[in-house]
Design a protein around this ligand. Structure first.
Ligand SMILES: NC(=O)c1ccc[n+]([C@@H]2O[C@H](COP(=O)([O-])OP(=O)(O)OC[C@H]3O[C@@H](n4cnc5c(N)ncnc54)[C@H](OP(=O)(O)O)[C@@H]3O)[C@@H](O)[C@H]2O)c1
Length: 301
C-alpha cells in the first residue's frame, strides 16, 4: 500500500535524522494523517519513498520534499546524541520562538545543546520501540515498545500532553510521564550496565549472563550508577543489577546499538551514556572508577 501525499501541512512534523527510529515515527505519523518532512544530512529534491515492515506486513509512505526556506513548526530530533549539535546547526535559521521540539534519543546531556535556540518549547521522549534500517528506503519495526513523553521545564507540560495526544493517533503506545527525568535516568542506568559491556565482550545482550567476569563487572557498574542516580534525583534507587540482568535476558539475542556502532566503525553514544554519568558523578563528588575504566576502554576502540 502506498500512502498519498495530500496532508494537512499546517502542523508539519519535520524529522531531523531520518534513520531507523526517525523513519519509524515518520511513517507512523504520516499514516496517522499528519504532514511529515524528512531532513537528512543532504537536501533532497524529489519525493522520498520509505517501505516500513511491521508484523502487519509492508506499507510504503511517500514523503514530499522538505523546503529549506520553510519555517519549522514541529521538530522531532532523532539523530544520535553526538550528532545533535551539528544537525541543529543546519536548521537553526528555520526555528522560531513557537517551534515545538521533541528530543528522542538514548543517552543524556544533549538537552544542553538546545539551550541557545530561539525556542524554549522543548519536550523529551524516550522509546523502547525497536527499529533498524537495512537500506536507505527500508525500515524494519523489529520490536513493539512504548514511548514516554515529558518535559524538564514545567512551563511546557501542555506541549508534552499535546504531543502524546497527536502521536496516539499513530497506534504506537505513547504516554505522558510527569517524571520524565526519572525515566531518562532509568534508561541511562540500563544503558550503562549493558551496552559498554556488550562491546567489551563483543557479544549479544544475553551472553553477558553466562559470563562470570562480565556479570561481576555489571554488578560494579550498577553499584556506582545507583549512587550517582540516587544522589542526582535525591532518592535511593536500588535493584539496578537485578533489573539489568532481567533486561539482558529479555533482549538476549539483541546486538546493542553500541556494539553495532563499533562493528560498523562508527562513533558510539558512550559520551552521552557512561560519559554523562561520569560528568554527573564529578559534579556530585562521587568516585566511579569502574565506569571511568570502561569509558577509556570503549573510547580506545
Ligand atoms: N533504533 C532503535 O531501535 C532505537 C531504539 C531506541 C532509541 N534509539 C535511539 O534513537 C536515536 C537514533 O537511533 P537510530 O537507531 O535511528 O540511529 P540511525 O539509524 O543512525 O539514525 C540517525 C540518523 O540521523 C542522520 N543524521 C546524522 N547526522 C545528521 C545531520 N547532521 N543532519 C541530518 N541527519 C543526520 C543519520 O544519517 P546517516 O545515515 O547519513 O548517518 C541517520 O539517518 C539514538 O539515540 C538511539 O540510541 C534507537
Amino acid at each position: 500500500m502506498t500512502a498519498a501525499l495530500n496532508k494537512d501541512t499546517r502542523n508539519t512534523w519535520h524529522i531531523l535524522g531520518p534513520g531507523a527510529i526517525g523513519c519509524l515515527f515518520a511513517c507512523h505519523l504520516q499514516q496517522a494523517g499528519l504532514a511529515v518532512r524528512l531532513i537528512g544530512r543532504r537536501p533532497e529534491h524529489g519525493v522520498r519513498r520509505i517501505r516500513l515492515n511491521t508484523d502487519n506486513g509492508e506499507q510504503e509512505q511517500v514523503f514530499a520534499p522538505d523546503h529549506p526556506a520553510q519555517p519549522i513548526t514541529h521538530l522531532l530530533i532523532t539523530v544520535k546524541a553526538h550528532q545533535t549539535t551539528a544537525a541543529l546547526q543546519a536548521v537553526r535559521q528555520r526555528l522560531t520562538a513557537q517551534t515545538l521540539i521533541v528530543l528522542m534519543q538514548n543517552g543524556m546531556g544533549t538537552w544542553q545543546a538546545l539551550q541557545d535556540l530561539p525556542t524554549r518549547r522543548i519536550v523529551v521522549a524516550t522509546t523502547t520501540e525497536g527499529a533498524h534500517r537495512p537500506a536507505a528506503d527500508r525500515v524494519i519495526h523489529a520490536g513493539r515498545g512504548e514511548t514516554w513523553v515529558g518535559t524538564l521545564d514545567p512551563r511546557y507540560q501542555a506541549d508534552a500532553a499535546r504531543v502524546c495526544r497527536d502521536w496516539s493517533a499513530t497506534g504506537l503506545v505513547v504516554e505522558e510521564d510527569p517524571e520524565i527525568l526519572h525515566r531518562l535516568w532509568q534508561k541511562l542506568a540500563i544503558n550503562c550496565a549493558i551496552n559498554p559491556l556488550t562491546v567489551l565482550y563483543d557479544c549479544p545482550n544475553g551472553a553477558l549472563l553466562n559470563n562470570t567476569e562480565a556479570l561481576e563487572l555489571m554488578q560494579q557498574v550498577c553499584r556506582e550508577v545507583e549512587q550517582v542516580m540516587g544522589s542526582a534525583l535525591g532518592e535511593k534507587p536500588s535493584g539496578l543489577f537485578e533489573l539489568a540482568k532481567a533486561v539482558s535476558a529479555k533482549t538476549s539475542s539483541n546486538i546493542s546499538s553500541m556494539l553495532q556502532d563499533v562493528r560498523k566503525q562508527q562513533q558510539t553514544e558512550i559520551d552521552h551514556i557512561t560519559g554523562y554519568l561520569l560528568d554527573q558523578a564529578r559534579r556530585l563528588g562521587i568516585a566511579c572508577p569502574c565506569n571511568e575504566r570502561i569509558l577509556k576502554q570503549i573510547k580506545a576502540r
